[in-house]
Design a protein around this ligand. Structure first.
Ligand code: AOF
Ligand code: ZN
Length: 371
């Protein structure tokens, strides 16, 4: 243990370097589950001498990558990390120990790590050994980076984003079920960028039948396909659907609640047997099973019945709805099936609402108010 370094203050300079660490972390987004995306930079005499990010679960943590890049220059340097350094032997040894061994002087932390294995211990160990620690630097930005992961690690279930596109009159499809397309090209590209970052995408049997979607990520520069999940409680969907025909490195999971002898599908398709709940597969049971497979962020993409079930179960963490300037009219399919409440006062409200124009559509995002 060395002499205690002077207590630093998180000023504009600290924020500038943390911003670089956030940029590093973002490179891992969608690639690190069940781990968070983390970035770190090593700074000496006002200069960045090492940077790194956590690239995949099982690989080295961000701090270790940045320390290796800095080499001997890490001694006496400052480290900026978007997440509190871990303090446990997981798939890799603790970052807190690596930082001490490298002889860094100060550590600036963005988010604290709520993982019960860490939870303040990383920062405490550093302080105990005379390293000055400043936490909460650009905390909001760092927290935002891993919002889904925080839910996953504290609640043991995936963070659920419900995404849909509706017409001005709130329809996700016409009366025949036709939905190609509600929103414009820019909105669809946004969805593919989201698919690239989530761990899994889920649709109901009705949507699988009506749209025959692939649920892959199609971006100009490729992208990574999420795990595809389809709710098919009685295993009654035709095996000719695109979801069952492979064509992706990611598997398709058929969530069912059927006691019948397992049906056979082609390669890349797996059956996930769940408890039966009201209206089909028990969603909590399914989410627990997905979490066990490392799914930290699940994107729910329809249809109306699936939306209703997730919303009624209080299992939606974030809503993202594109509103297209079109009117479907008549008996189009609503965003949410069922009768809904009698009084407008009982309508589900969104909080933390944001509006964004995407092409010719309006993206409305928000967090369902807890009741
Ligand atoms: C860090 N830096 O870059 C990441 C951290 O199984 P392991 O050993 O990879 O540990 C995973 C846990 O470590 C994860 O749940 C989270 O608490 C923390 N992630 N910590 O110091 C990193 N990715
Ligand atoms: Zn670590």
């Amino acid at each position: 243990a060395s002499a205690r370094a002077p207590a630093p203050v998180a000023g504009a300079e600290a924020e500038r370097f943390m911003r670089l660490a956030v940029r590093e972390a973002a490179r891992g987004l969608g690639r690190t589950s069940p781990n968070p995306a983390v970035g770190a930079v090593v700074v000496r005499d006002g200069r960045v001498v090492g940077r790194g990010h956590h690239a995949r679960a099982g690989g080295p943590h961000a701090e270790v990558v940045a320390l290796r890049a800095a080499g001997a220059l890490a001694r006496g340097a400052d480290v900026y990390t978007t997440l509190e350094p871990c303090d446990h032997f997981g798939k890799t040894p603790p970052c807190s120990v690596a930082l001490l061994e490298a002889g860094v002087r100060r550590v600036f932390v963005g988010s604290s790590d709520p993982n019960p294995l860490v939870n303040g211990r990383g920062m405490a160990r550093l302080r105990r050994h005379g390293v000055a620690v400043v936490k909460g630097v650009l905390r909001d930005a760092c927290d935002r980076l891993n919002a889904p992961w925080f839910t996953f690690i504290t609640e043991g279930r995936p963070f659920v984003t419900l995404k849909a596109a509706v017409t001005l009159d709130g329809r996700i499809a016409t009366r025949t079920g036709d939905a190609r397309w509600v929103s414009g090209e820019a909105a669809r590209a946004w969805v593919h960028r989201l698919r690239d970052r989530v761990d899994a995408v889920l649709v109901g049997a009705g949507t699988a039948r009506a749209d025959d979607p692939r649920l892959t990520t199609r971006l100009p520069r490729g992208g990574r396909d999420p795990i595809r999940v389809v709710l098919d409680s009685d295993l009654s969907l035709p095996r000719t659907l695109a979801l069952f025909r492979g064509g992706s490195p990611a598997p398709t999971l058929v969530a069912h609640a059927s006691a019948a002898p397992a049906r056979r599908y082609g390669p890349g398709v797996e059956l996930v047997r769940c408890r039966r709940g009201k209206g089909g597969v028990d969603l909590r049971d399914l989410l627990a099973k997905l979490a066990a497979r490392g799914v930290a962020h699940l994107l729910v993409e329809g249809g109306a019945h699936v939306h209703a079930r997730f919303l009624e179960a209080g299992l939606v963490d974030r809503v993202a709805v594109f509103v297209a300037p079109k009117i479907a009219g008549g008996d189009g399919v609503p965003l949410v099936a069922g009768r809904g409440p009698a009084r407008m006062a009982d309508a589900l409200r969104l909080e933390q609402v944001a509006f964004e124009r995407v092409g010719d559509d309006l993206l409305v995002t928000g967090v369902p108010a807890r009741r």
